[in-house]
Ligand binder design. Sequence first.
Ligand code: CTP
Ligand code: MG
Length: 241
Amino acid sequence: MANGGRRVKRNIALIPAAGVGERFGAGKPKQYVEIHGKTVLQHTLDIFAAHPQITLAAVVLAPDDHTFQSAETAGFQTAPAKTVLLHCGGASRAETVRNGVNTLLERGLAAPGDNILVHDAARCCLPQAALSRLIDQAGSHPNGGILAVPVADTLKRSGSDGLIETTVPRSGLWQAQTPQLFPAALLQRALAAPDLGAVTDEASAVEMLGVRPLLVQGDSRNLKLTLPQDEYIVRLLLAEK
Ligand code: CTP
Ligand code: MG
């Protein structure tokens, strides 16, 4: 596709789903927990399948995970061409994403100038409007951008004795969510760092390059299924959809 002589920038979702869900403790990875007749991963994939500006959703699974046999079982019955399963998950989330980005580029599924939107499989309530907002506001930004919400609660720093040491001013503080959107080449370069130990989201890896991504207003409903008590709210949110 040409656009004034240049290729159109595509938006490709990359969904790390190679975690074991230890904190959720379901006896299986939380992405395979069923809510209202569909797995958490299917709910997440359906969000991207339904979005007109997403051209492909790549799910990164653990190498030995064959729970999803084909695109048809992944909730993509209406748009099976839009999903691909990559069995290259790593030991940490950052490694899973690094392997996924490298595979997308190696296989020509993504071009260096395409946007990659990394999104936690466990964030299955992402509203379409928040996804649109990220693409609209950060999709053409060279530094990329992330969904985030301003911190609402008062923040306390604790001492080692369990008593409050100080109150941290919350002005200017945001809670990072996903998706986190970056040009593929920038994301690949950021994740090529030898030590990804301190990298808890893609933005932090990009920040280590001295690049400052854009903050885009997220949504408090875009929560991550992390602890058993999160399931109650996720069920309510998914029922409303
Ligand atoms: N993830 C991944 N590869 C890993 C670790 C995590 O792809 N080695 C994915 C998870 O599957 C999840 C997302 O990253 O979709 C966010 O991670 P988290 O909520 O921490 O999930 P888990 O690592 O599975 O949970 P826990 O930390 O409780 O074990
Ligand atoms: Mg984890």
